[in-house]
Design a protein around this ligand. Structure first.
Ligand code: CMC
Length: 428
């Protein structure tokens, strides 16, 4: 194969080297395009733009492949757990037993919130969205750890192991405390003898007078949701994290921005939107068929369907679909909205509109259903996604900081007014 690509602009030919990825992906390296030709590339939505070289996660959307650090998601879902996979994402390799134990310990040691931090949780409007609270509190957490949020890459990198453990732990505590504050419930302290998910569930839903470990099946289901969300290469929130990090910002600021990006309904907010959609369909007396028609003629969007990268199936959805069925059976949950979900899935998968556009259920279609069954309120679904995605954001922050990457600064094609003279207000 040729080692370079030629681009003809007008009568000029320009040669650009090719970059080959370890999974045989080819990219045309256009870094010198503007200086050589004064042209830039235009790729609205970045669907064809490689923004970086990364070693964290591999996706082949055509084949439905997802691997963290080379490990297939199916194997991790079956044999690993969230914290072990998080370690692999952060450090590139699966941990030894000792490494995993000390990683776990560091995480459980960091579960508490400083008193003023905890008080800060009461400063938000009573109906503030939990994602707004989470994003603000993550940045706030950084202010309590100035030695970890210096905006000096070298120093922030030196503190990275502690920062990562702190954030992975405290994000749960913030989410659980925020949930209980809204319900007027007293906080439940972390119990380090419980696993990551069990401790989180207890801090969230536990009875302070009668603490009981949460059911094993529920812990396993949540663990799987976290693991399946842990990274997804250059998605909107991860790209945001990397963009902020590229300017030299510390981990807390970069993760806080990523949480803001995740909030949107076309990204992490889709799991909430799925349940809202299913409830609306149910309340309108439709079994889903009318909604499908509306989605086909562009009046509605079938939330939890379609993906920018997966054009075959979303491997996470395949795994979660099975786990979702098992967990619902175990929990004895049956609900009319679940029937609607199954009907939508069946109809959409056999409908030409969805087949032609390669629209399949994505991970959020099933995670919403599962989180609802576990008992999380709708407005907390995206918070759960954020807790799961945190190891990914952290890994990408680390990668960009270690690579010494340049500040990210895209160009634009200006389409506004050309030069004109200022007109005084009286003459307008
Ligand atoms: N329902 C109905 N039609 C759709 C849908 C959908 N969910 N998704 C895409 N289409 C149609 C779209 O109207 C367009 O049709 P046409 O070619 O006739 O104009 C075609 O499919 C291509 O759509 P697109 O919007 O250009 O595709 P995209 O790659 O820009 O968008 C997406 C990807 C995920 C934003 C989109 O599929 C969507 O809005 N899905 C629903 C929201 C959702 O579930 N998001 C979660 C994604 S998974 C979690 C994550 O990674 O964040």
């Amino acid at each position: 194969m040729e080692e370079s690509a030629t681009l003809r602009i007008g009568s000029e030919n320009y040669n650009f080297p090719l970059i080959k990825g370890t999974e045989s992906e080819i990219a045309v390296d256009l870094r010198t395009l503007r200086s050589e030709s004064s042209c830039i590339t235009f790729d609205d939505g970045y669907g064809n733009t490689g923004s970086c070289e990364s070693k964290v996660t591999f996706i082949d959307g055509e084949k439905g492949i997802l691997r963290y650090r080379g490990y297939p998601i199916e194997q991790l879902a079956e044999k690993s757990n969230f914290l072990e996979s998080a370690f692999a994402l952060l450090y590139g390799e699966l941990p030894s037993e000792n490494q995993l134990n000390s990683f776990r310990k560091k995480i459980s040691d960091n579960a508490g919130l400083r008193e003023n931090m905890a008080k800060g949780l009461h400063s938000f409007a009573p109906d503030a969205h939990p994602m707004a609270v989470l994003s603000a509190m993550v940045n706030n957490l950084g202010t309590y750890h100035p030695e970890k949020s210096t905006n000096d890459r070298k120093r922030d990198l030196e503190a990275f192991d502690d920062t990562a453990a702190l954030l992975i732990s405290a994000i749960r505590t913030i989410a659980a405390r925020d949930y209980r504050n809204r319900k007027g419930l007293a906080p439940i302290p972390s119990d380090p003898s419980l696993g990551y998910c069990a401790d989180f569930l207890q801090m969230t839903f536990g009875d302070s007078n009668n603490p009981q470990p949460p059911p094993q099946k529920v812990c396993e289901a949540l663990n799987l949701v976290f693991l399946l969300h842990a990274d997804h290469e250059q998605n909107c929130s991860t790209s945001t994290c990397r963009m902020v990090a590229s300017g030299g910002a510390n981990v807390f600021a970069s993760v806080s921005a990523a949480i803001g990006a995740l909030w949107g309904p076309l990204h992490g907010g889709a799991n909430m939107a799925v349940i809202k959609m299913l409830k609306d369909i149910h309340d309108s007396g439709d079994d889903g068929s009318r909604f499908i028609e509306d989605a086909k003629n562009g009046k509605k969007r079938l939330m939890g369907f379609g993906h920018r990268v997966y054009k075959n199936y979303d491997p996470r959805a395949k795994i979660l679909n099975v786990a979702c069925n098992d967990a619902l059976e175990e929990l004895g949950v049956s609900s009319p909205i679940l029937d609607i979900a199954r009907h939508l899935e069946e109809v959409a998968l056999s409908d030409e509109y969805f087949i032609q556009r390669k629209l399949y259920p994505n991970v959020d279609f099933y995670s919403g259903i599962l989180l609802e069954a576990i008992g999380f309120p709708l407005n907390m679904f995206t918070v759960i996604f954020a807790i799961g995605r945190l190891p990914g954001w952290l890994s990408h922050w680390k990668e960009i900081a270690e690579s010494g990457s340049k500040i990210h600064r895209p160009r634009q094609v200006y389409q506004g007014a050309t030069v004109r003279d200022y007109v005084s207000i009286e003459e307008r």
